[in-house]
Design a protein around this ligand. Structure first.
Ligand code: S3P
Length: 692
């Protein structure tokens, strides 16, 4: 591959290898020196936990170019920590430390953040208990916080039902710490960083296939571990995001230097090749007993193809499924991923998180119990992505946000720091340097708020004539963005109902007083299901709002100035981060005059008439029926726009979208795109419908 005019990057050191180096370094006899260790949140959490156990670690506050120095205290020299050890988001830290602690005669409590406290610990607790350690759950069964009290252990053979490097490593560390032989079998071969590092420290590890399982054995654990001297190679799982970015959006070849190329980690490479990406690994190097080299990716040619990935393949690319899924969204045809049930117990339920977010940006996806079926599309993609405290979900969609025709807002970009500090800066630099299509904005601006920045609300006001498609579109836009949907029409209907059933009655609605309105005690309540309205403390059912008598009366009630004034604050109070889609007739002019995006929907009267009739559940209307309904709508338009109170007006800074002949999905796409751009601080253009 000719990379002469290409771009070159490096990615932070491998987080899996660094965490092992920290823990094993702390068990070694003497000082270990670890170069190029990333200061990402996960390894830092593990390092701080080890400090809590009395292990001196120097250099942690320095940049990644400063080596870490770990003052190993020997196999069983850890001290009782003063408080629980908080592993934050790090599953590897928690599980591997639990293993190592099983050999230390100390009661130590391990805890974690919300995401880690949901992840299963039974898979390590069971074998560690069998070895003789005491593992107690202090909260819910099977999850952190838990107390590990170690001591003298016995030898076991563990037959794991899932391939897990964390489980395997925890058992190996316990056995080495306690000085007992051990055998771990797993159905597929998971990453072998612990085995390589143990070998480098003087432990003889035997491995191979036995009776259809991958078996790892330590027969004679040594009395001491030699300290480590190593440089951590770049993290293949971090590099994967940029392989994907280059295959999707790059305009020049990309070289990623000094990446770990351990074959138990690089399963994504053959899959990318099957998808039609031009990817090459130039190996030959080694770092800390790990193969390393450069990764080269050609600029995308004719596009990617969908692939099938399943069974044995998944273990070697377990952390790369999220980025594969976003690539699949842009590949031709279907991508089917199976055998990936383990993804449900990662930092988030990644299968669910991917399905929800892909749908939100407009991709068709089917969620299987153990995988996903993704239908690739070339349509523009737009929407707000929810990270679920998961760094890989954030970065996978980050990659897509840097690709052409994708307006994607990642809600919590800061979570990328768990494994990849500087991810957004690098993505922004690449998108800028790649000099891609002119409309490609900097990825940093697309990533929503910066880490630590308070959440802000984006308000999208959708006004328009009756039958222009406001309700359907507003609901779809809100769901794609994860925003609240304020249906102001429903509030006016609820008030109408309340007044009709009160002493005011139908006759006197025009003369209703502020006190009488106050007495209705109108409330808007928000649940996951959306907006609910209460009148005098009682929920108003949707069916009651749509009743004939309410429909006949609502335009009179909504024309009363006292009513409009009364509901103003109630509607404004609906704004909450990340945002609100407010739908009605004066959203952009009166209620939210400073809305971030204002849209005015209109359509040809005949088209609106046809939609209205179909909406009422009637069958395909005849031309005469359409004419009659169009005439009624025309009359309503004239009254609406000429009435004195809250006339139907288009705000001067609104985007006019004529929805005639437009599919609902395209209307939604257009508005979501405007909202994302506004949320990212970009000035959306004022042209109708599209904005590039
Ligand atoms: C890891 C092993 C994998 C992987 C995780 C890191 C490790 O987890 O998903 O990100 O460092 O051993 P499992 O062992 O649970 O599959």
């Amino acid at each position: 591959m000719d990379v002469a005019d290409g771009l070159t990057i490096r990615v932070p050191g491998d987080k899996s290898i660094t965490q092992r180096a920290l823990i094993l370094g702390a068990m070694a006899a003497g000082e270990s020196r670890i170069g190029a260790a990333p200061r990402a949140a996960d390894p830092v959490a593990t390092a701080l936990a080890l400090r809590g156990l009395g292990v001196p670690i120097d250099g942690l506050d320095g940049p990644a170019t400063t080596p870490l120095r770990i003052g190993g205290v020997g196999l069983r020299g850890w001290q009782q920590p003063r408080s629980p050890l908080d592993l934050r988001n790090s599953g590897t830290g928690a599980r591997l430390l639990a293993g190592a602690l099983a050999a230390q005669p100390l009661p130590v409590v391990l805890s974690g953040d919300e995401s880690l406290s949901r992840r299963p610990m039974g898979r390590i607790a069971a074998p560690l208990r069998r070895m003789g350690a005491t593992v107690e759950y202090l909260g819910r069964d099977g999850v952190l916080p838990m107390r590990v009290t170690g001591g003298a252990l016995r030898t076991i053979r563990h037959d794991g039902s899932v391939a897990s490097a964390q489980v395997k490593s925890a058992i190996l560390l316990a056995a080495v710490g306690a000085g007992v032989p051990v055998e771990v079998r797993e159905p597929r071969r998971s990453r072998d960083h612990s085995e390589r590092m143990l070998e480098a420290m003087g432990v003889r590890v035997r491995e191979g296939w036995r009776d259809g399982a991958w078996a790892v054995r330590i027969d004679e654990p040594p009395a001491r571990l030699a300290p480590l001297q190593m440089d951590v190679p770049g993290d293949f799982s971090s590099a994967a995001f940029f392989l994907a970015w280059a295959a999707l959006a790059g305009t020049r070849p990309l070289t990623i230097r000094d990446v770990g190329l351990n074959a138990t980690r690089t399963g994504l490479l053959p899959v990318l090749a099957r998808m039609g990406a031009e990817v090459e690994a130039v190996g030959g190097g080694a770092a800390g007993g790990e193969p390393a080299g450069d990764l080269l990716v050609g600029a995308p040619g004719s596009g990617l193809r969908g692939v099938e990935v399943g069974g044995g393949e998944v273990t070697g690319m377990i952390d790369e499924i999220p980025v594969l899924a976003v690539l699949a969204a842009r590949a031709d045809g279907e991508t089917r991923i199976t055998g990936a049930a383990e993804l449900r117990v990662k930092e988030s339920d990644r299968l669910a998180a991917l399905a929800v977010n892909l749908r939100r940006i407009g991709v068709d996806v089917e969620e299987l119990p153990d995988g996903l079926v993704i239908e690739g599309t070339r349509r523009p993609l737009a929407g707000r992505v929810e990270c679920f405290h998961d760094h890989r979900i954030a970065m996978a969609f980050g990659v897509l946000s840097g690709a052409p025709d994708c307006d994607i807002l990642v809600d919590d970009p800061g979570v990328a720091d768990v494994s990849f500090p500087g991810f957004w800066r690098l993505l922004a630099r690449l998108t800028d340097e790649a000099g891609g299509p002119e409309h490609l904005p900097s990825a940093a601006r697309r990533s929503g708020r910066a880490p630590g920045e308070p959440a802000r609300s984006t308000v999208v006001a959708i006004d328009g004539s009756a039958g222009a498609g406001k309700s359907t579109t507003a609901a779809a836009v809100a769901s794609r963005l994860g925003f609240r949907h304020l249906d102001s029409g429903a509030i006016y209907r609820a008030v109408t109902l309340g007044l009709m059933d009160s002493e005011v009655g139908s006759e006197a609605v025009e003369r209703v007083t502020p006190d009488e309105l106050e007495a209705l005690a109108v409330e808007v309540r928000w649940t996951d299901a959306g907006m609910g309205i209460r009148i005098r403390g009682k929920p108003v059912p949707e069916k009651a709002l749509r009743a004939e008598r309410v429909t006949a009366m609502v335009s009179r009630v909504s024309a009363v100035p006292a009513v409009r004034d009364h509901l103003l604050e109630l509607q404004r109070a609906a704004v909450r981060p990340p945002g609100l889609v407010a739908e009605g007739r004066d959203m952009g002019t009166v209620v939210f005059p400073a809305a971030d995006v204002k849209v005015y929907l209109d359509a040809d009267p005949r088209e609106r008439a046809r939609r209205r009739i179909l909406q009422r559940g009637e069958s395909d209307p005849t031309p005469e029926e359409i004419e009659a309904e169009a005439a009624r709508l025309g009359m309503r338009d004239r009254t609406d726009s000429s009435r004195k109170v809250a006339p139907l007006l288009m705000a001067a800074d609104a985007h006019l979208i004529n929805t005639t002949g437009m599919k609902p999905r395209s209307q939604t796409d257009a508005i979501v795109k405007l909202a994302i751009r506004a949320a990212c601080g970009r000035q959306p253009s004022r042209r109708s419908g599209e904005s590039d």
